[in-house]
Design a protein around this ligand. Structure first.
Ligand SMILES: [Zn+2]
Length: 384
């Protein structure tokens, strides 16, 4: 009995050796050492943001520089014909069955840092592969799909909506078009482009609180090429078993989970609630971000038609909305602002790394209690 226990312990701490033995089973990644802190950070500078063309250049640079780690491809085109890029990061030389996850950003085009965080995280993984043990282990056993700019037209126009005036994060097939879920079904009935985000600060004159029911969700679920592209990519990834989904936004300073739909399609299980609660509490305790304690019950923020809810509904995988920055930066509250880029990027790393090192637990809906190894100065001291 003692021998068997020792053997099991040895196996669980030797993921790299196990790889040679099992070709059809997913590897455990709980051999990550908490003391492994020597990863390095991307060499970014404040003020150097990546709009659509700079994002395209950077992703191509990744592919040229790291051909064995990066696969860059387009998942479709935006309304105005821009490619929606996806980058898959994994050790391509290791062809065992792996865990899969999906991270996206800038579904709202004016939320620049949501896209920047995706790029920063991609670069962080790439520059540390083969040098840092934890990140090397992660890329050996995980395929990370990242879509940094889901709404390239919105990013170029600095607009929440896509070029049809649709809020893409109300266009998914989950409690679609419900006014009390902050979405108005208008589509092209009133002319092609119904709203732009710049109109919203002016609307505050007429409404005491933000008129979220005016968010144009389109005429039907997945009416927009951008949401169709993400839908098809997610089905494709899930055919190899998706483990978790993370949808990045700004600037509400928290992490949220299903349901935000006004009328959820089913009640989640106690185990699902437990895992969602655990993740939100971990984030609140270990980062500067807050627990958006708004899910499960009827009170508070409502949003129907979101990608996070849809992913949970459709694939039953842990799905998260990560609101980067703080509310001082919120575009709806007077234009928003973009500064302290490097600081904000560092604040996102603990969340990304936490989810990744726990990918096996998340996949199995088990308690994600593995601590991520982090570089020095991460998380950074919050801005005053
Ligand atoms: Zn957003």
């Amino acid at each position: 009995m003692l021998f068997i226990t020792l053997l099991l312990i040895t196996l669980s701490f030797s993921g790299c050796i196990q790889e040679e033995e099992s070709n059809d089973e997913k590897e455990t990644i709980n051999n990550i050492d908490e003391l492994d802190v020597c990863s390095i950070l991307p060499d970014w500078k404040d003020g150097e943001y990546h709009e659509y063309y700079k994002t395209t250049d950077l992703l191509n640079e990744f592919q040229i520089k790291y051909p064995d780690l990066v696969n860059l491809f387009s998942i479709g085109e935006s309304v105005l014909g821009k490619n929606i890029w996806c980058i898959r990061i994994t050790n391509e030389k290791n062809n065992q069955v792996k865990y899969n996850c999906l991270i996206d950003g800038c579904i709202h085009g004016c939320e620049w840092e949501a896209g920047e965080a995706c790029l920063y995280f991609a670069e962080y993984l790439l520059i540390n592969f083969g040098k840092n043990e934890s990140i090397t282990n992660i890329l050996n056993v995980t395929e990370i799909y990242i879509v940094p700019l889901l709404n390239p037209d919105g990013r170029q126009a600095d607009d929440r909506f896509n070029a049809n005036g649709v809020d893409l994060n109300r266009n998914f097939n989950i409690d679609f078009g419900r006014i009390r879920g902050g979405s108005l079904r208008v589509g092209t009935v009133l002319g092609k482009k119904v709203f732009t985000y710049r109109e919203f600060p002016r609307l505050h004159k007429w409404f005491s609180s933000f008129p979220r029911f005016l968010l144009n969700c389109g005429r039907r679920p997945f009416s927009e090429p951008e949401t169709q592209a993400l839908r098809d990519l997610t089905y494709e990834i899930d055919s190899h078993d998706l483990s978790f989904y993370l949808n990045c936004h700004t600037a509400v300073h928290n992490i949220a989970t299903p349901w935000t739909a006004f009328n959820p399609p089913f009640e989640m299980t106690n185990q699902e609630k437990k895992i969602f609660t655990y993740v939100k509490e971990w984030v609140a305790e270990n980062t500067e971000y807050e627990n958006a304690d708004l899910s499960f019950e009827g009170e508070g923020y409502k949003a129907s038609g979101t990608s996070t809810d849809w992913c949970f509904k459709e694939f039953k995988v842990p799905s998260f909305t990560f609101e980067i920055l703080s509310q001082d930066y919120e575009p709806a509250a007077g234009g928003g602002k973009h500064d302290s880029l490097v600081h904000w990027m560092k604040t996102t790393l603990p969340v990304f790394m936490y989810l990744l090192v726990n990918i096996e637990n998340l996949h199995d809906w088990q308690i994600p209690d593995i601590q991520p190894p982090l570089p020095e100065d991460v998380p950074p001291t919050p801005l005053s």
